[in-house]
Design a protein around this ligand. Structure first.
Ligand code: C5P
Length: 243
């Protein structure tokens, strides 16, 4: 993979709470990173202005708000995501197929109305903070975690979604059940030169995640906490490209 191809597949998690910090990061990294993830922290504080700021600076936005509600509400939220001009957003697959189809239909209708591109809609299958015990004892799911992940990924695909968020451990099984034409975006990335995994348990290096079949990798702290974030991003791009 070339460095230019790697840039298209690197997503930076803008896990900061101030718009000014987010803007500084986008300005410093926009030549290296194509897509910026805006999650609950930044969006709850700064709202749609955070999305507009990234777009104005030339970045793409992955709006990571994990919609999970009744179909009508999710369809309306999907329309607003389109109105904001996001490139990608996500929903919880456990909201069911009707909810996921409503997200697709809402987004498609609004895209057509706005004459704007249809966003990529991803599903969250099982949060990586859950484990087999929680799934069985608390959520009463009579399935192993890995089978439940692939079951929900297949449901997301059948409901018209474009892909899933998945840990490196789940990539192979999801590729097998959902095929090549289904985007996989993988967080929990820790470059080989970083010893501290923070709170991430199922980590992979950038190169490993790509080799396993991830289409996009999401990186937060290894870039955000680096003394020189641009240099850290360059090293990650080189790791992705050196396959
Ligand atoms: O800092 P770090 O690289 O661990 O950031 C990972 C980003 O990906 C965070 O924004 C986090 O919310 C998100 N994420 C994750 N693990 C998941 C799903 C999303 O770390 N399973």
């Amino acid at each position: 993979m070339t460095i230019e191809e790697a840039k298209k597949r690197l997503c930076l998690a803008l896990d900061v709470d101030r718009l000014s910090d987010a803007k500084r990061l986008v300005e410093a990294l926009r030549d290296r990173v194509t897509m910026f993830k805006i999650g609950f922290q930044l969006f709850t504080r700064e709202g749609p202005e955070a999305v507009q700021a990234v777009l104005r600076l030339g970045g793409r936005v992955f709006l990571d708000l994990k919609y999970h509600d009744i179909p009508n509400t999710v369809a309306n939220a999907a329309r607003e995501a389109v109105n904001m001009g996001v490139y990608m957003f996500n929903v919880h697959a456990s909201g069911g197929s009707e909810m996921m189809r409503a997200a697709v239909e809402g987004a498609a209708e609004q895209s057509q109305k706005n004459n704007a591109p249809m966003p990529v809609i991803l599903a969250v299958t099982v949060l990586t903070s859950l484990n087999d015990k929680i799934l069985t004892d608390e959520l009463n799911v009579n399935n192993t975690l890995s089978h439940h992940v692939t079951h929900l990924a297949a449901l997301a695909k059948a409901s018209g979604l474009g892909g899933v968020v998945a840990s490196s451990r789940e990539i192979t099984a999801i590729r097998k059940c959902c095929g090549r034409d289904f985007a996989i975006l993988t967080p929990g990335i820790r470059p080989p030169w970083i010893k501290d995994a923070d709170d991430q348990k199922r980590t992979a290096t950038p190169a490993d995640a790509i080799r396993l079949g991830a289409d996009y990798i999401v990186v937060g702290r290894p870039i955000l906490k680096a003394d020189d974030p641009a240099a850290a991003a360059d090293k990650i791009l080189r790791d992705m490209a050196a396959l």
